[in-house]
Design a protein around this ligand. Structure first.
Ligand SMILES: *Cc1c(COP(=O)(O)O)cnc(C)c1O
Length: 383
């Protein structure tokens, strides 16, 4: 879909925010606002009918039998591990370049995070490194579909099968991403998957929200109880548990937005392709697309460059916001200093942390904005 030659000349100053949630609301206001008003008038705020309806629709979208609505993506990861019986004495393998909670949840359930590096060119968890990290204590693997691409699930599921491990996809950045010859959706590969609907995710709520998907009925039931004080029926508590429910209001928002997700993901891909074509020859590198045309849902468009910080400042001076995902890899976070992992251990993750810059990428961008960003990047890297 990419057309036109990359602009070489900067137009007059434009503001390009990193995300633009107001623009998205504007486009949905007439659909959403009457629905929210209805919910306020109905006052069925907790586990109202929209929660079950969203669960059914989201499970269908992900190609799974069950979805369980939760208060956020962190809870989805944590409750999946709890429901799978992962706990003290167990090890869980995940990747060093992700948002911290991909690993924090392992500690929350009392298990030990075992980190591995990502691939040098796709930035996704390295399946061979997973296999090397397995010990007799290993219980589970958490592959992360980072930036919107599905990790190498055939290889990871084969490893898990050989070693009898539970696989939990961290799909917080990959709603609608597809992989493999049968184009299966993210969230349908592992024993369970965790989604976040943080407002700026590809599918975002109007506040915090999350979901777990699975084909395992017993696991889904256990997570339903884990989100609701361990209740089997009202005031019949089978075990101690927190309150981690998805709100009715958020479910209603998500139901409306889910109908637009494929169209939004197409637009994200369209802008990503325009960036890639426009930035060719600048020396800035983007992760390899592992699953062809339709695989990547571009939650983030990340380029790596040795002068990342200079580029970020130059863009800011021209009104362009950018991001860093993530500037400190998990094993170098103070919060994980107890793991005792020294710098240099995961060179790919560390290079991305040092050199990765995320450009503005969301459906509501305009051609003018994208071309302005391209021109600004080219201008700085040339100079
Ligand atoms: C956003 C995100 C989460 C956490 O989701 P919350 O809804 O913010 O709790 C987990 N993992 C990854 C990779 C994420 O990007």
């Amino acid at each position: 879909m990419t057309s036109a030659t990359p602009p070489e000349v900067l137009s007059e100053r434009l503001e390009v925010p990193f995300v633009d949630l107001k623009a998205q609301h504007q486009a949905l206001a007439s659909e959403l606002e009457p629905r929210l008003l209805e919910i306020m008038r109905d006052a069925h705020f907790i586990l109202g009918p929209d929660v079950a309806a969203f669960e059914t629709e989201f499970a269908a979208y992900c190609g799974t039998t069950y979805a369980v609505g939760l208060d956020n993506g962190t809870s989805a990861l944590e409750l999946a591990l709890r429901a799978a019986g992962v706990g003290p004495g167990d090890e869980v393998i995940t990747v060093a370049n992700s948002f911290i909670v991909s690993a924090s949840v392992i500690s929350f359930v009392g298990a030990t995070p075992v980190l591995v590096d990502c691939g040098a060119d796709d930035y996704l968890i390295d399946a061979a490194a997973i296999e090397r990290a397995i010990t007799p204590r290993t219980k589970a693997i958490i592959p992360v579909h980072l930036y919107g691409q599905v990790a190498d699930m055939p290889a990871i599921m084969a490893i898990a099968k050989r070693h009898g491990l539970f696989v939990l996809e961290d799909a917080a950045q990959a709603h609608g991403a597809r992989s493999g010859p049968d184009r299966r959706p993210a969230g349908s590969f592992g024993d369970a998957a965790a989604f976040s609907f943080y407002p700026s995710k590809n599918l975002g709520a109007y506040g915090d929200a999350g979901a777990l998907t699975t084909n395992d009925r017993a696991l889904a039931e256990r997570v339903r109880m884990l989100r609701d004080y361990g209740q089997k029926a009202k005031y019949d508590h089978q075990f101690l548990a927190y309150n981690r429910r998805l709100d009715t209001v958020q479910a209603a928002v998500l139901r409306v937005k889910l109908r637009h997700l494929d169209e939004w993901n197409n637009l994200r891909r369209h802008w990503a392709r325009r960036y890639t074509a426009g930035l060719a020859g600048t020396g800035a590198v983007t992760p390899r697309e592992v699953d062809g045309e339709e695989g990547h849902v571009y939650h983030l468009y990340v380029l790596t460059h040795g002068d990342r910080d200079g580029l970020s400042r130059a863009l800011a001076e021209r009104g362009i916001q950018s991001g860093k995902h993530y500037p400190i890899p998990i094993h170098r976070q103070k919060a994980f200093s107890f793991l005792g992992i020294e710098a240099g251990r995961f060179p790919n993750a560390e290079r991305i942390a040092r050199e990765g810059l995320s450009l503005p990428l969301y459906p509501e961008l305009t051609t003018e904005q994208v071309d302005y960003v391209i021109a600004a990047v080219r201008d700085y890297l040339r100079g």
